[in-house]
Design a protein around this ligand. Structure first.
Ligand SMILES: *[C@@H]1O[C@H](CO)[C@@H](O)[C@H](O)[C@H]1NC(C)=O
Ligand SMILES: *[C@@H]1O[C@H](CO)[C@@H](O)[C@H](O)[C@H]1NC(C)=O
Ligand SMILES: *[C@@H]1O[C@H](CO)[C@@H](O)[C@H](O)[C@H]1NC(C)=O
Ligand SMILES: *[C@@H]1O[C@H](CO)[C@@H](O)[C@H](O)[C@H]1NC(C)=O
Ligand SMILES: *[C@@H]1O[C@H](CO)[C@@H](O)[C@H](O)[C@H]1NC(C)=O
Ligand SMILES: *[C@@H]1O[C@H](CO)[C@@H](O)[C@H](O)[C@H]1NC(C)=O
Ligand SMILES: *[C@@H]1O[C@H](CO)[C@@H](O)[C@H](O)[C@H]1NC(C)=O
Ligand SMILES: *[C@@H]1O[C@H](CO)[C@@H](O)[C@H](O)[C@H]1NC(C)=O
Ligand SMILES: *[C@@H]1O[C@H](CO)[C@@H](O)[C@H](O)[C@H]1NC(C)=O
Ligand SMILES: *[C@@H]1O[C@H](CO)[C@@H](O)[C@H](O)[C@H]1NC(C)=O
Ligand SMILES: *[C@@H]1O[C@H](CO)[C@@H](O)[C@H](O)[C@H]1NC(C)=O
Length: 333
């Protein structure tokens, strides 16, 4: 821990449910760490391996040219990674096959990480807990359009080959009897200038394009008083036709659906035809569920400049369907 780089920098590692809330942030040396992260992805064990004791090396690597020095990557032994994976598997085996949040398997995972970090590193390790609101619907959502009085009722299905639309997790409810007019937002709605012509109280129709997160688009929609959001896929390739499952931030205050490319594009075409009367109705019946606590483990270097902190994050939770993680590093666009 004696390199020049380290004395200047502070490191914070968090292991928890960061994915729920969007992106992993690299405060400094983003390019370097980005490369590093890609490399680590190849070793399907990710930060656990680092957490278990390779951090001295990480501090060194960030001062180097990324493409030249792979010493951190080679310092991670697959055997070591597998040891942690086996531990996580045992935890899941004892806990009904999963380590998802709000299960015993998740709590035990946190204890394992905390114990390992405390014992094998010199980090200051803390566990942090916060409430997460659960989300479920009482019934399948409904989406209806009317063009000059011709009504279309679309298909909701979790089978993406059949689905015309999906709901977004943490959407708010919407009454099917409410009739909404729609504003087409250009360029994916990333830039505030795209929202200048939105009429307050209309539902924003947004194609999945442009370089920003759903969170950013939704914050524009909220600011410009949209009454809801219809995202639709961009149709650039055969992979981009079906609706997409998205998760919003828990403080979202709008009803949000995600439409297939065809449904979205047909609506855009109808709306851009000025003389047509286009309306939509969204039926989203949200269940009211209690919040539950979720833990994060944070590990800090005790030295370093707090204003130059590098933050590295990773999931600790598994999917509900099994013991593993399948969405590390995803950033919703
Ligand atoms: C790569 O980093 C290691 C320390 O982690 C250092 O010993 C080695 O000299 C570096 N190699 C190059 C080519 O910079
Ligand atoms: C274990 O999983 C099964 C099937 O998913 C479920 O029915 C059961 O309630 C779970 N038990 C516990 C203790 O979570
Ligand atoms: C997990 O731990 C939290 C406190 O840290 C506790 O409130 C919660 O009941 C635990 N959940 C399970 C499923 O054991
Ligand atoms: C933790 O700090 C002690 C005392 O400075 C040092 O001997 C030890 O090698 C450090 N351990 C790790 C894993 O860095
Ligand atoms: C939806 O709106 C109708 C008419 O305003 C009302 O009668 C009904 O109770 C509302 N349904 C819900 C679930 O709020
Ligand atoms: C937003 O659009 C304006 C005007 O077109 C442009 O000047 C600005 O650079 C854009 N900002 C971003 C973040 O794209
Ligand atoms: C949105 O609504 C608020 C409250 O009604 C109003 O103050 C604000 O000017 C509206 N913003 C836009 C962009 O219409
Ligand atoms: C509007 O829609 C009608 C009926 O589909 C079509 O005949 C007409 O050409 C459209 N007008 C424009 C400007 O697209
Ligand atoms: C809707 O009706 C208007 C006339 O009222 C007509 O100009 C327009 O083309 C119609 N749109 C469609 C899609 O049929
Ligand atoms: C447009 O259609 C809606 C129903 O979808 C209807 O309530 C409204 O009166 C229509 N507006 C015009 C101008 O025809
Ligand atoms: C910490 O970093 C800031 C700039 O990011 C610098 O202004 C400050 O002097 C540094 N503090 C120490 C103690 O090095």
């Amino acid at each position: 821990m004696a390199t020049n780089g380290l004395t200047k920098l502070r490191l914070l590692i968090t292991l928890g449910v960061i994915g729920l809330f969007g992106i992993i942030t690299f405060a400094l040396a983003a390019v370097t760490l980005g490369t590093l992260n890609k490399r680590l992805d190849a070793v399907d064990g990710k930060l656990l391996a680092i957490a278990a004791g390779s951090l001295t090396t990480l501090s060194t690597v960030i001062t180097m040219t990324p493409s030249q020095n792979l010493s951190l990557v080679t310092s991670i032994d697959v055997i070591d990674v597998l040891k942690h994976l086996h531990e996580l598997q045992s935890i899941a085996d004892r806990a009904n096959g999963t380590r998802a949040i709000n299960t015993r398997g998740f709590n035990e995972t946190l204890q394992y990480i905390k114990y390992t970090l405390s014992r094998k590193t010199n980090f200051t390790v803390i566990e942090d807990s916060f409430p997460v609101r659960d989300f479920a619907l009482n019934s399948d959502p409904v989406f209806i359009s009317s063009v000059n009085g011709t009504i279309k009722i679309y298909t909701f299905s979790l089978d993406l080959t059949k689905a015309d639309f999906l709901y977004a997790k943490y959407s708010t409810g919407s009454n099917i009897t409410d009739i909404g007019y729609v504003s087409v937002i250009p360029n994916g709605g990333c830039n505030e200038t795209d929202w200048q012509n939105v009429i307050s109280g209309r539902i924003a129709l947004i194609k999945k394009e442009g370089d920003c997160s759903s969170r950013q688009r939704i914050s524009h929609a909220t600011k410009y008083n949209a009454s809801g959001i219809l995202f639709y896929n961009n149709g650039r390739s055969s992979e981009d036709l079906a609706p997409i499952k998205i998760i919003l931030s828990q403080d979202n205050i709008l009803p949000v659906l995600f439409l297939s490319h065809k449904v979205g594009q047909d609506l855009v075409d109808a709306i851009l035809n000025q003389s047509s009367n286009v309306t939509v109705q969204l039926g989203i019946d949200v269940k009211s569920l209690p919040a539950f606590p979720v833990g994060n483990i944070c590990a800090y270097t005790s030295s370093g400049n707090a204003t130059q902190t590098i933050l590295i994050g990773s999931h600790a939770d598994s999917v509900p369907e099994g013991p593993g993680i399948n969405d590390n590093g995803i950033r919703l666009k």
